[in-house]
Ligand binder design. Sequence first.
Ligand SMILES: [Zn+2]
Length: 458
Amino acid sequence: MRRPPAMLRRCWWLIVLLALAAMAAPLAAQAPHPPHYTVQPGDTLADLAERAGSTVAELQRLNNLRDPRALYPGQPLVLPHPAALTWPAHRVGQDETWLTLARRAGLPWDEAARANRALHPGALTLGQRLHLPPLAAGARAASPPVTVTRVALAAHHGLSTWQVRRLNPLPRYLDDPVMLPSVEPASLITSVSVSPQPVLRGQTAAIRVTTGITATCDVVYLERVEPCWGDGFAHLALVGLSALLEPGRHPVEVRVQSAESHESLSVPLHVTAGDYGYSRINLPADRQVLLDPALSQEERVKVAALRPLRSAERLWEYPFLLPVEASVSSHYGSRRSYGYGFTSYHAGTDFRAHTGTPISAPASGVVVLAEPLVVRGNAIIIDHGQGVVTGYWHLARIDVRVGQRVAQGERLGTIGNTGLSTGPHLHWELWINGVAVNPLQWLTDFSEGLITPASARE
Ligand SMILES: [Zn+2]
């Protein structure tokens, strides 16, 4: 057997050391990033992922988290786009693109798209929620030939060069738009926003329209026409979507009419299926008789006449309050069976509580029905104005009368077990332009578009 050369024999430990160093180098390069964020009480990984332009899976991988629910306040987290967490939310408006938004945010467009996890940076949806650095206000995009310098642009539009530079701090590439201070809009419609987008079937979508001059507006969707409500400049239309609606893209046509002209615009509403469960109701023998359609015919006609009220005065405030201090026992939208097939769905939200628990008005309105009904038991219906109506069934006591104006939080009656009911509970229903929708959505911030102070004229 040949012996290794003398030099190799002498230096074997050096070779081992070099090999170890070579193995350790990639490890050092992969050293974890310093944490960027400290978990606050109430944070969830899904929420943080959305705000940080990331995904739950990515945050789990970056932070070695096995269980995405096991977060604790004070926990340090590594984030892929740490700045995005502090960026405010922006709802994509009419004619906004990644290029114009990134310009106004002072970012390269691909960086803005990456921070928002945009898989198809070409496509933005009206009403889509993005997180961007504060946007330069009052700017509009223009596309002059690429050869036009910023100095020439300023001269052409009667602006100072610093005004142009402030709005366009980055070098311009071939197809980049140039931002210029906005001028008085020539078009009737100055903005349209849709929220939430996408929207679950069974929910309410708010369409907010602003116009540069006094105008009226309506929206056309699913073969119906609904008016917008507003002060002539800021308009709001509510779209109530049935829980049985076919999911998909449903166009909403916004039609605006002023004294001199009219304009219309089609906005896609993305409706998703939602996850509604199934429930089987077993009625006690003595109440089976209430399933007889003949018995409920009279009250069905009565309720159907009040459901689609569209009183002109808006009495409701937003968000709604819970009508009762109790837990939800059956959610809106679940498919229902009273013994044979899932033929109907639950059109309201049920709260279970002891008989006598007080029920209060979730929002201000006028009582339009307060009487005992066969199936719904002791019932109350409140008209909140502008197409918003609520109903309360199975009460033990009714403490209001028809025509009475109630304030938000005012007592209506108490929980009971009257009518087609299998135990003391409140069935709460909300109709938007006559369509039963999920009332719980109105307790939370589902749409900035709903708050339209008169000062919102822009
Ligand atoms: Zn119910």
